[in-house]
Design a protein around this ligand. Structure first.
Ligand code: ADP
Ligand code: MG
Length: 277
């Protein structure tokens, strides 16, 4: 695998790869360690990884400890001001720092941020506002990341951002990753999740779709073959590609070193979405 990696190392050195980290790869200690090693390795060979993370299970854990009910509608967390406080504390405080710490133990030079820092991301209320403090990305200004990236730091970003009036909102981490990839001119967007990729039949893991063009991806959403939590993933890939990101990948975070297999092998893994064939 190492010699197969050479052309990819040469191709991606100095380029940005945005990675959405979540799911099983975050929940299990050994997988977590493997992801941190992969990110540290990417960084040490000169690739510029940018990490965006979720943290749903950890948020649910703390909500239940505080006796606050978790409510989901349309696949989104209905976010009261009270829930938002917990989301912010857990994501920006605990989950973010845990990732930064883990990466730094491997010498990766990680720096934790959320959308509020340096006004990296501006939020707007999602939909008609009936989901509470759920946000969408209104705009991205990646200026704050440039000095970090040019000095080899690895930004680790929580998907919390505020509206122009200063109210924190909770944004889907896939959406944040896609918009960041676009605004950073990233080479790749990689979403780690708990399925092999996009499946034609969710019950059959051998029905993995290896490659998809934009038009085909839209079609899968319209047909309902892609639904639930896969919808924001597929949509954010489509948006990133439409804005110039060369390739977007939905890969299986349960496979140890999934990131390296995707970036550094000829066959890659998971589903690859491409703008033009
Ligand atoms: P994450 O925590 O990584 O964001 P989600 O649960 O939000 O994961 O999204 C992944 C889920 O999307 C899968 O577990 C599966 O239930 C669902 N899904 C919907 N359509 C598909 C599809 N066509 N192929 C694979 N998974 C799908
Ligand atoms: Mg999700």
């Amino acid at each position: 695998m190492l010699s197969e990696a050479l052309p990819y190392i040469q191709r991606f050195t100095g380029r940005r790869i945005v990675i959405k980290y979540g799911g099983a790869a975050m929940a299990h200690k050994s997988l977590q360690k493997a992801v941190f090693r992969d990110i540290a390795l990417l960084s040490s060979v000169g690739v510029q990884p940018v990490v965006v993370h979720g943290g749903g299970p950890e948020i649910n854990h703390w909500l239940s400890r505080l006796d606050i009910a978790a409510e989901f509608r349309d696949g989104l967390r209905v976010t009261s001001p009270e829930t938002m406080d917990v989301v912010e504390m857990v994501l920006v405080g605990r989950v973010n720092k845990q990732i930064v710490n883990g990466l730094n133990q491997l010498g990766a030079g990680a720096v934790g941020l959320c959308g509020i820092d340096g006004e990296l991301i501006k939020a707007r209320p999602w939909g008609d506002g009936s989901h509470g403090l759920v946000g969408d990305v209104a705009s991205v200004n990646p200026d704050v990341l440039e000095p970090l990236l040019s000095k080899g730091y690895v930004p680790v970003i929580s998907s919390v951002a505020s509206t122009p009036n200063g109210q924190s909102h909770n944004i889907n981490a896939d959406t944040v990753a896609g918009e960041l990839a676009a605004s950073l001119g990233a080479e790749k967007l990689i979403l780690l999740t708990d399925t092999p990729g996009i499946l034609r039949d969710q019950k059959d893991s051998s029905s993995l779709i290896r490659q998809l063009r934009l038009s085909e991806a839209r079609e899968l959403i319209n047909q309902g073959i892609v639904n639930g939590g896969m919808t924001p993933k597929t949509k954010c890939c489509i948006r990133a590609l439409a804005q110039g990101v060369a390739a977007a990948h939905i890969i299986d975070g349960r496979i140890p070193h999934a990131l390296l297999l995707e970036v550094f092998t000829d066959s890659g893994i998971g589903t690859m979405l491409v703008g033009r064939s």
